[in-house]
Design a protein around this ligand. Structure first.
Ligand code: ATP
Ligand code: MG
Length: 195
């Protein structure tokens, strides 16, 4: 029977070897998907981490029209963050497809500019994935722009379902499973938790 110390020493050896093998430093594409709660908040949390190191970031919200979110109030005046709320809300609320498409195209035009600007080290495209689900944007140009972005630039994309093409080029994919949600227990959307 191995002692605790021996097991930990072995574990350290394995982990140290893995760390030594990961030597590359570059921008990563992170997808946060799934039906559980925690996608956007994870993206904004990681962005806060990045900005805390003095790096510049930009956010584009493709769906939400809402500007009274806590994160918007906290970050909108930050000198290192450009925050853009480009959507008018969910498609079943607006019920106006041509208006939604125009908003999607405008948001994507801005996203493309950021993807060519290496002064931004972190981009968050919140709910971009819905643009493909509803066919508001073609996928190919998005993939091309992501592939050709500056080498140091991190991109985080959120949305419940990701198109396969995005998953193919992603470096990190986290899927958040919906095990339980307070909403189904009768708890309403609360400031500080949902927005
Ligand atoms: P958050 O912004 O809290 O990280 P999210 O980005 O993962 O959540 P969205 O799909 O963008 O979730 O949904 C927006 C809001 O809807 C969330 O803040 C939230 O708590 C609520 N929500 C998320 N998942 C569920 C669910 N499975 N059932 C009910 N409401 C949900
Ligand atoms: Mg979200």
């Amino acid at each position: 029977m191995k002692t605790h110390q021996e097991r930990m020493a072995k574990k350290k050896e394995v982990i140290d070897k893995r760390i030594a093998q990961a030597t590359e430093e570059r921008g990563v594409l992170i997808l946060l998907k799934g039906n559980g709660k925690g996608k956007s908040s994870s993206a904004f949390g990681t962005m806060a981490r990045c900005v805390g190191h003095g790096k510049k970031a930009a956010v584009i919200q493709f769906v939400k029209g809402r500007t009274e979110t806590g994160e918007f109030k906290l970050f909108r005046d930050h000198e290192l963050i450009d925050w853009n709320v480009m959507g008018h809300g969910f498609t079943w609320e607006t019920q106006d497809k041509s208006q939604d498409i125009a908003a999607a195209e405008k948001a994507w035009a801005l996203a493309e500019q950021y993807l060519q600007d290496n002064s931004y080290e972190m981009l968050v495209f919140d709910e971009l994935s819905y643009m493909f689900k509803y066919k508001y944007l073609p996928l190919e140009p998005v993939i091309e722009a992501l592939k050709n972005r500056p080498k140091n630039q991190h991109v985080m994309i959120t949305g419940r379902v990701m198109p396969e093409g995005l998953e193919e080029i992603a470096d990190t994919i986290s899927s958040i499973r919906d095990e339980r949600h307070a909403f189904r227990l009768g708890v309403k959307a609360q400031a500080g938790i949902e927005f």
